[in-house]
Every structure is written in C-alpha cells, then in structure tokens.
Ligand binder design. Structure first.
Ligand SMILES: Cc1cc2nc3c(=O)[nH]c(=O)nc-3n(C[C@H](O)[C@H](O)[C@H](O)COP(=O)(O)OP(=O)(O)OC[C@H]3O[C@@H](n4cnc5c(N)ncnc54)[C@H](O)[C@@H]3O)c2cc1C
Ligand code: FES
Length: 265
C-alpha cells in the first residue's frame, strides 16, 4: 500500500489537457505491469488516482494523464525531475491471445491503455491475421499519439482514425468511432477485440462487434469506477458483484454487459 517514489524523466504534451510522463524508480521499482493494468499515481499532498500504463521505457514506466480534476491536474502538472508516488500494478490485463485477428477500438484517452496492445501487435505482427486499430477523438487536436500512426501502418496494421468534429485541416473521416467498424476484414469467430473509451461508446462498440459474430467473451472492455485502495479492500470501485480494481478493469463483454445495462449500478 506504500507508494514507491518515481521521478519524471520526460514530460510530453499530447493535447491541451493531456500529457505523457516517462517515470524512473527512485528506489525499488514496481513489478513490471502487463498491458491493461493500472497503477495508483500519487501527487504528494493532493491525492491518488488510478492511471493505466501506456508504455514502458528502459526500466521506467509510462503513463498518459488527462487533467480533469484536482488530482489528475496535479499529476499531469508534474515537471521533469519531480517525484510522484506509484503503487501497483493492479487489476486484470488485456490478455492478448497468441494469434487470430485483433480489433483495437479506442475513444479519447482510451487509447492510452491500448497502446501497449498495439505495440505488442507491431512487435509480433507475423503471429496475427488482420490487426485493425480504430481511433476516435473529439477533434483532430484531441488525437493521442498521432506521430505513431505511420509506424503502426508501416507494420501492416489497419489504422482508421475519425473525429467527432473536423477542423479546416482535417481531410479524414468524421463521425463517432463506432461508424468505422462497418466492413472490417476480420473473421469474427477468430477475433479478439479490445475496447476502451467512454462507457456509452464501449456499449455501442461491443454490441456492434457481437452483432457481427465476435463471441462476447472475446470482446474485452476496460471499466472505470472511482477507486481508493486499488486492492479490493474498500469497496469504492464496486460494480455489482465485481470489484473493478481486482476483477477488472479489463473484463469480457459477457460479464460487463448485464452490469452496464443496469442504470446507476
Ligand atoms: C482503471 C482506471 C484506469 C484509468 N486510466 C487513466 C489513464 O490512463 N489516463 C487518464 O487520464 N485517466 C485514467 N483514468 C481516469 C482517472 O483515474 C480519473 O480521471 C481521475 O481519477 C479523476 O480524478 P480527479 O481527482 O483528477 O478528478 P475528480 O475530482 O474525481 O473529477 C473532476 C471532474 O472530472 C470528471 N471526471 C472524472 N473522471 C473523468 C474521466 N475519466 N473523464 C472525464 N471526466 C472525468 C468528474 O465527473 C468531475 O466532474 C483511469 C481510471 C480507472 C478506474
Ligand atoms: S478501490 Fe478499493 S476495493 Fe477497489
């Protein structure tokens, strides 16, 4: 439960409200996180928030943080050389299968926990059939990691990008991310899908994938609930029978669907 000290090695501005922090352990490191897992990030004197791992770098870990409230603002405001606390890693991972087709579907900050899956697919490209990456953001300026899309495409990934609202520079697709799901060249029975974004988007995306024949258990969503302890003790993250910090955040749509169908559960 004690946060370990991590120093900010590098701070990258991603969008107007989102930064990526590359952090190195000051003392002992946490156990290496798996794609999909999260840590509790502590801004000393302000508070702790759950943040997914968005990468790793030479013994360090990478987090992408959107400033939405007091604690995330303090974490995202950390400068190079500042020290933050980290506990974890916690929760379930995406469980990337050894082969088959992959669909990665991300809305907004939801691309952060999915980037390790994409990088894994790039590194092991030959093992998979179609790897489709569908990315949605509110505006072109809100797109995360746009400089990486060319690398992902060059590795043979089918990367499709859409925005809710275009600007003068945008020549790409406009519409919510689920509108680019349509004619994906995947074999539904051999597909594993990874979905992360606003809850309403995950519901529509998961239903569309299941309607296309992807087995519900093979559609994995990452759930978000308020968290305090991160280790299944306090009950803050309860969603029906699940404690999201322990049984999630990644769960199959077969388990998530009945829970997300209940209003204000
Ligand atoms: C497992 C898990 C993984 C997460 N991974 C990431 C991550 O990788 N990067 C990241 O930036 N965030 C991530 N989050 C969300 C992050 O934990 C919250 O944004 C943070 O806890 C908000 O705390 P706060 O004190 O800054 O704001 P609060 O005071 O709690 O909230 C301030 C305002 O923002 C709203 N708000 C809270 N959370 C969100 C949200 N997620 N999106 C939009 N509005 C919100 C609240 O309703 C409120 O109006 C994750 C959450 C979970 C549960
Ligand atoms: S955050 Fe305490 S039980 Fe999940």
């Amino acid at each position: 439960m004690t946060p370990l000290r991590y120093r900010v090695r590098r701070r990258l501005t991603e969008t107007a409200d989102t930064v990526t922090l590359v952090l190195d352990p000051v003392d002992e490191p946490i156990v290496a996180p798996l794609p999909g897992q999260f840590t509790m990030m502590y801004a000393f004197g302000v508070g702790e928030v759950p943040i997914s791992v968005s990468g790793h770098a030479d013994g360090g870990i990478v987090h992408t943080v959107r400033a939405v409230g007091a604690v995330s603002r303090a974490v995202a405001g950390a400068r190079t050389g500042d020290v933050l606390g980290i506990r974890g890693p916690f929760g379930t991972d995406w469980g990337v299968p050894p082969g088959g087709d992959l669909v990665v579907l991300a809305g907004g900050i939801g691309l952060a926990p999915l980037r390790p899956v994409i990088r894994q697919a790039v590194a092991r490209r030959a093992r998979f059939g179609t790897v489709a990456v569908l990315i949605g953001a509110r505006t072109p300026a809100d797109l995360l990691y746009p400089h990486e899309y060319a690398t992902w495409r060059a590795a043979g990934l089918d990367v499709r990008v859409t925005v809710d609202r275009a600007d003068m520079s945008w020549t790409g697709h406009v519409g919510v991310v689920t509108t680019v799901l349509g004619a994906l060249p995947v074999d539904p029975a051999a597909t594993t899908a990874f979905v992360c974004g606003p809850e309403v988007m995950m519901r529509f995306a998961a239903r569309a994938l299941v309607d296309r024949g992807v087995p519900p258990a093979a559609v994995r969503v990452s759930l978000e609930r308020n968290m305090r302890c991160g280790v299944g003790l306090c009950g803050h993250c309860q969603l029906g029978p699940l404690l999201v910090c322990r049984d999630g955040p990644v769960v199959g749509w077969d388990r998530a669907a009945p829970l997300l169908a209940v209003k204000e559960l």
